[in-house]
Design a protein around this ligand. Structure first.
Ligand code: CTP
Length: 404
């Protein structure tokens, strides 16, 4: 999503300026091109040399400095940019932009550009709570700027409260949101993710291996593209994605009930969850003790959720997943037909860079029309967007409502 995207990063003078270095590294790592503008106050906290080294490009500090690349930096940077990010944004710069003041290179460039802009406030909690600052943030939001909520926690001024620079990962996700086409607006996407746990007794359970990362990436990508997203998630250890509704469940039966309650409203259903096919027939009320000998575990089948949906009259696109250790494509095609899906995403557990816990995946998309697309290794968020691209294509074929 960030590959080759052009980001202008404005840094202003707050203690969180040092985190702009980390943000720059993360943007570069994600494949973005970064140009940095620093205010005079920012240079009191972090040096242009640091930012130049990390951004692998020139750093702009002076409105009137001649450069060898651009004769009018504020215009050239405004033309260059896909997304403008100010991190950290002090109360001062927020006030200046909200009031139309352009008295340095950063504020002049902001005034000269008309691309999506992301403001990441970071300041003392009392400054942030000041009604003047709040009113300026409100004004910026009304004018179409995306202003992130500050993080809550320990602040540099030895207090604690709201005012920390948002987490770098959250800033990256906000940039992705601004870059994403809103071609799923009006769609309702239901995603299931993560494993289910089938309890044996109060301390033990049977589960499937799954981190939930792929399903969460799909929920995030759909949200970025303007869909209304309902995520039904089994137990995971990862932070939740942005979604309109998140329903946490534990067992396959709970997931089944939640899906049955919500699937009818969905125009796209993506079943990325690793549902346990079996559960212990009985759940012991007390912990099973060793001195009673080795227990035999009698299992019973869980409902097949995706098969249950496709057996009902449903609208929209149904997408399943197949994770296999052998005969990947043959098994996936068989599941696609057997469970009457529109499309299945196959991934092999045998390939390096695919599967559990990783941030990358290697997927093959197979659809009902016989089309098979094998994709190379990519991040899970990029794979999620590829899946949504194919959903969009199938919807258009089916005459459904995903926008062109
Ligand atoms: N699935 C489901 N309910 C189940 C089991 C699986 O909805 N009880 C869904 C999964 O979310 C996935 C698809 O069915 O989208 C395929 O799941 P998978 O576990 O690969 O296949 P199974 O049909 O369970 O077959 P097998 O375990 O024999 O490979």
């Amino acid at each position: 999503m960030l590959e080759n995207k052009k980001i202008v990063l404005g840094i202003t003078g707050g203690i969180a300026a040092y985190k702009a270095a980390e943000l720059t590294r993360a943007l570069i790592r994600a494949g973005a091109q970064v140009r940095v503008i620093m205010t005079n106050s920012a240079m009191e906290f972090i040096t242009p040399l640091t930012m130049q080294t990390l951004s692998q490009g020139p750093v702009y500090t002076d409105m009137f400095a001649p450069t060898d690349q651009y004769d009018m930096a504020h215009i050239a940077l405004a033309d260059f940019v896909d997304v403008f990010v100010i991190a950290p944004a002090t109360g001062n710069v927020i006030g200046k932009i909200a009031s139309g003041i352009a008295d340095d290179l950063l504020t002049t460039t902001v005034m000269a550009q008309n691309k999506p802009a992301l403001i990441c406030p970071a300041m003392n909690d009392k400054m942030l709570a000041n009604p003047i600052v709040q009113n300026n943030i409100f004004k910026l939001k009304k004018m179409g700027y995306m202003v992130m909520d500050s993080g809550v926690g320990e602040l540099a001024c030895k207090t604690s409260g709201s005012g920390r620079l948002p987490e770098i990962s959250k800033i990256l996700q906000a940039v992705e949101f601004l870059l994403a086409p809103k071609d799923f607006s009006g769609e309702r996407v239901l995603v299931t993710a993560g494993p289910t746990e089938e309890p044996l007794d109060p301390v033990r359970f049977i589960t499937n291996r799954s981190s939930g990362k792929m399903g969460y990436a799909i929920a995030r990508a759909a949200h970025q593209r303007g869909a209304k997203v309902t995520l039904i998630s089994g137990p995971t250890k990862i932070p939740p994605p942005e979604a309109d509704q998140i329903i946490y469940v534990r067992t396959a039966l709970e997931m089944y009930r939640a899906v049955m309650e919500h699937y009818e409203k969905a125009t796209v259903i993506i079943k990325a969850a690793a549902v346990a096919d079996y559960r212990p027939k009985t759940e012991a009320r007390e912990k099973i003790k060793k001195d009673r000998g080795i227990p035999g575990i009698e299992l019973t089948r869980n409902p097949d959720i995706i098969a249950a949906i496709s057996a009902k009259k449903r609208k929209g696109i149904l997408v399943g997943f197949a994770m296999e250790t052998q005969d990947l494509l043959a098994n996936a095609r068989q599941k696609l037909l057997k469970k009457n899906m529109d499309m299945i995403v196959a991934n092999s557990l045998r390939e390096k860079g695919a599967g559990f816990e990783t941030d990358t995946n290697i997927i093959t998309i197979i659809d009902r029309n016989g089309k098979t697309i094998a994709l190379e290794k990519m991040t899970k968020i990029d794979a999620a967007h590829k899946i949504l691209d194919h959903v969009k294509m199938l919807s258009k074929k089916k005459g459904l409502c995903v926008k062109p």
